[in-house]
Structure formats: structure tokens, C-alpha cells
Write a protein that binds this ligand. Structure first.
Ligand code: MG
Length: 498
């Protein structure tokens, strides 16, 4: 297949009965000034889209929107069967697999203790479960000390962060089996589950079921095709960079785009370059020497390295925007090593926003109670300081001591009243937070926030994603020269004067 200019390619893909659909979609998206906030792109670092010359996409859970319930159930069954057949785990132990909502990305596993944790950005343990049992405050302190702090997570240590969308079945199986293990066996149990999960991905047993019934596992998103055409029409290069094999990517791409399978490799016309088996994150290592092997057309590369793709695209570093769903493999390495601009796809964002927008009264009530708590807290501090001051004076003066004592007593009463009011606001705030958090996820609360702090995931999102959104196709709602403006960072004293 000969390579063509972006405009020629996009024109060729317009032919056929879908042309009016995508044209209508683009017209609607660009002319509609009010965006659905659940489908918006949120910006951490200002980015001029007009200065982006190439936009790249990951495949799994980025362009390919999976039916996670069906996919996780399939993976869980395949791994469970292997644990029974190859590891001798009794089938009945697997009957206690928890509700799927228990498993989510960005949880932290304590491999030695068999505990699953949610922490804030400082490593403070907020929630913890061993098996399906939620740990009490004293149980958490027994494990993690008086301050409930765990060290920052690093690979291979006692604590690991499970941040891949494919990891949910592993969490469910580990949770079901932890109660049957003794201390010292839990890390080995996790490693067995990991091994068999890797195997079902590598030996094709998972993908063969998916490719046989793609519509059971993929939600087609027709906006994706419109987006790819739109980007190329605007003169941007478009590429796919995935760790998945070419055969699997090709087999699924027509379903992803909502196209008829008979259209074969026509989907390649939507891209300038396609890299399969990219082996991210090491793909982003500037010293990686591995060269690509040719694919089915000159547009397709198998493996390779960063220099090759940047040469093909004719641009480099911050001229490239890469969109992916994996905080480490897609974002941290590309941002740290090669300075590509990054966009994280977080489907949970849309879920959380829908839930919270369904409870507007609760959110505004929480905001109001919190504002009143802060002002009452200041009042308590004020009375405390004045009372202490009067007490000091009372000890040294010889005149007007009774008058000062009376004033101090008045302060004491005022401080006590304010303290009681403060306790009431704190109680109300915790009740409201708990309601909101439980509505979001009854086990873990928000993915992004832990009380007044960001979660560990929220901090990574802030540090490494230039922008984030719930679906890759949300980019369609933005013109190619859009100025993605970050929200301003405020110091506490600046917020005070707003
Ligand atoms: Mg992915």
C-alpha cells in the first residue's frame, strides 16, 4: 500500500455510506458551544493544540473501549480455571470472589500482609481490606504504625500499585484466596495469579475468545473514526502505538470503529504509522536499540524504537501528543524520557461525574458545611489565643486582675461554644463525605480524592498527564487549534482573597 498525504488518505476513507454520519458528527461537535462536562478534556498543563503536529493513541482501553464487565468475567474465569488445574487450589475457595466493583485501578497491595489499600498522596492509609474484611483503625495502626503511613510505592517492594485496567480480575481472585493463606504465603499467591494472568494474555487463550466474538467485548465508538479523520484533515499526523500484537489489533479495529469486518485493512488509511508490539514503557527509552521489523504494509511496524517513529512522523518531543490509559506505560515514561505531551484516558472520570452530578444538593451542602467549618475553626483559634494571652497577663499584673480574669472567662465560654459548633460541622462534613464517597464506590470512594487530599493516583494524574478525559474520542469536541488552558494553581492565601 502506497503512503499518501493525510488529506488524500482522509478523503479516500470518506467514500461509502458512513460519510454523512461522520460529517454530521463533526459539524455537531464543532458547532455546539456547550460541552457535556462528563466528556470534556481537563487540562493540568496548558497546551496549544495548534502546536501539536502528531497525535498518537494507545489501543487497549484507549481507542478500544471494552465492555469491562464481560472482559473481566472472562479473564477471571480463565485464570481461576488455571489456578485449580495447575496450582491445586480447591474450586470452592473461589466461590468467595467479591463484587466486581471491589476491584479498581490504582489500589495498592501489601504483598506481605495480604492487604489492599487506598492511600492519599502522602502515603497515608485511608482504607484497607484483608480479604473482604475492612480493617479497623486499630488494625491499620498495628500494621502501619501510629501515623498509618506507607512508603512510596516502587516495583518489587512489599507494596505495589495495581494500575492496569486488565488487573481487576487479579485483585478479585487475590481477595477471595487471601483468607485461605497463612502469613508468608500471600506474596507467592499473588505471583501465581500474576503468572497465569500473563499466560492467558500471552498464549492467546483470552484474545482468541475476544476475537471470535468481538461485539461481546468491545463498545464501538463511531466518534473515533470521525476524530481520526478530523485530526488528519487538520494536517496532524496520526499514529497508533500499542503493545498488542498486530494480528489482535487488526482483528479488533473494525469493531472498534463500528465498521463492517469485510472492510479488512481499510482502517489503516486513518493512520500515518501503526506500531504493534511496541513493548511500552521501554519503547520510550531513548537508548533502546531494537529496530522495527516490517509489517503487512510499509505503514505498519512491529516493535522498534522512538527514533524510528519520530523520523516517520517528522516531529518530536512536545510536538507530539500521546493518548493512553496506563499511567506508567503510556504516560510517565513518555513524559519523563521524551517530553511528549500526554493525555490520560480515565473512564472512571465519567462514572464519578455522572454520580456526583446526580447528587447536586449533597455536593453544595458539603461545600457550605466546609466553608462554615473553616471560619469556625478560625474563631476557635482566635478565642484560644486571646484566652492564653489573658492568662499570661493575669499571672503577672497586680492591678485589674479581677477584670482580666472576667474577660478570660468570657473568652473561655466563647471558645467552648465555638468548639462545640466546630465539632458539629466536622461531624456533618464527615457524614456528607461518607455519603458521597459511598455513592461513588462503596468500598473505596473516589479514584481521585481522599478526603481533602488527592489520592496517590490523583497525584500521578496531576504530575504526569498534561490533560485527561474519560474517552479518547472526546478530543473530537475540540477544534485543532484549541488552547487547552490549565486551571490556575492557587496558594492558600490567594484563595482566601477570592
Ligand atoms: Mg492501554
Amino acid at each position: 500500500m502506497n503512503d499518501k498525504s493525510p488529506r488524500q488518505n482522509s478523503n479516500s476513507s470518506r467514500s461509502g455510506s458512513n460519510s454523512k454520519n461522520w460529517l454530521d458528527m463533526i459539524a455537531m461537535a464543532i458547532r455546539t458551544p456547550v460541552f457535556d462536562q462528563h466528556r470534556a478534556v481537563y487540562t493540568n498543563r496548558t497546551m496549544r493544540f495548534g502546536q501539536i503536529d502528531a497525535v498518537g493513541f494507545d489501543f487497549d482501553h484507549t481507542l478500544a473501549v471494552y465492555n469491562c464487565e464481560a472482559l473481566d468475567a472472562l479473564a477471571e474465569k480463565l485464570v481461576a480455571d488455571r489456578l485449580v488445574e495447575h496450582e491445586g487450589i480447591p474450586r470452592e475457595w473461589l466461590q468467595g470472589v467479591p463484587d466486581p466493583s471491589f476491584a479498581r485501578k490504582a489500589l495498592i497491595l501489601d504483598l506481605d500482609e495480604g492487604v489492599i489499600l487506598k492511600t492519599d498522596r502522602y502515603g497515608h492509609v485511608l482504607r484497607a481490606f484483608r480479604g473482604k474484611k475492612k480493617l479497623t483503625v486499630s488494625e491499620k495502626r498495628t500494621l502501619y504504625g501510629d501515623r498509618d503511613i506507607i512508603p512510596h510505592v516502587t516495583d518489587g517492594d512489599r507494596f505495589i500499585q495495581v494500575d492496569h485496567a486488565f488487573s481487576r480480575p487479579e485483585i478479585l481472585l487475590w481477595t477471595a484466596l487471601v483468607d485461605y493463606t497463612e502469613a508468608g504465603q500471600r506474596r507467592a499467591l499473588w505471583e501465581k495469579i500474576r503468572k497465569h494472568t500473563d499466560l492467558i494474555h500471552r498464549d492467546g487463550s483470552l484474545k482468541s475468545v475476544i476475537t471470535a466474538n468481538p461485539s461481546d467485548y468491545i463498545y464501538p465508538d463511531p466518534r473515533t473514526e470521525a476524530l481520526l479523520i478530523h485530526l488528519r484533515d487538520c494536517g496532524k499526523k496520526v499514529f497508533l502505538l500499542t503493545n498488542s500484537e498486530w494480528e489482535y489489533t487488526h482483528a479488533m479495529m473494525n469493531t472498534v470503529l463500528g465498521r463492517d469486518e469485510s472492510r479488512g485493512t481499510e482502517w489503516l488509511d486513518l493512520f500515518d504509522v501503526v506500531v504493534a508490539q511496541g513493548n511500552k514503557p521501554s519503547y520510550f527509552d531513548p537508548g533502546r536499540g531494537e529496530n522495527a521489523t516490517p509489517g503487512v504494509t510499509d505503514k505498519v511496524l512491529i516493535g522498534g524504537n522512538l527514533t524510528e517513529i519520530e523520523d516517520r512522523l517528522g516531529c518530536a518531543g512536545p510536538e507530539i501528543l500521546y493518548v493512553g490509559d496506563h499511567i506508567y506505560a503510556d504516560l510517565i515514561s513518555s513524559k519523563r524520557n521524551v517530553y511528549w505531551r500526554t493525555m490520560l484516558v480515565v473512564p472512571e472520570l465519567e462514572e464519578e461525574m455522572v454520580i456526583q452530578s446526580g447528587m447536586p444538593g449533597l455536593v453544595s451542602q458539603l461545600r457550605e458545611v466546609d466553608e462554615r467549618r473553616i471560619s469556625t475553626e478560625r474563631e476557635v483559634m482566635h478565642w484560644k489565643a486571646v484566652e492564653a494571652c489573658l492568662q499570661s497577663i493575669e499571672g503577672v499584673i497586680t492591678e485589674e486582675r479581677e477584670g482580666v480574669k472576667k474577660l478570660r472567662q468570657e473568652c473561655h465560654v466563647a471558645r467552648k461554644d465555638a468548639s462545640d459548633t466546630l465539632k458539629d460541622f466536622i461531624r456533618q462534613r464527615e457524614e456528607l463525605r461518607s455519603k458521597l464517597s459511598t455513592a461513588t464506590n462503596e468500598y473505596w470512594g473516589s479514584l481521585f480524592r481522599a478526603g481533602s487530599e488527592l489520592t496517590h493516583f490523583g497525584r500521578q494524574l496531576e504530575d504526569y498527564a498534561c490533560a485527561y478525559t474519560s474517552r479518547a474520542s472526546n478530543l473530537l469536541f475540540y477544534p485543532s487549534g484549541h488552547y487547552f488552558r490549565s486551571t490556575m494553581d492557587y496558594l492558600p492565601h490567594e484563595l482566601e482573597s477570592m
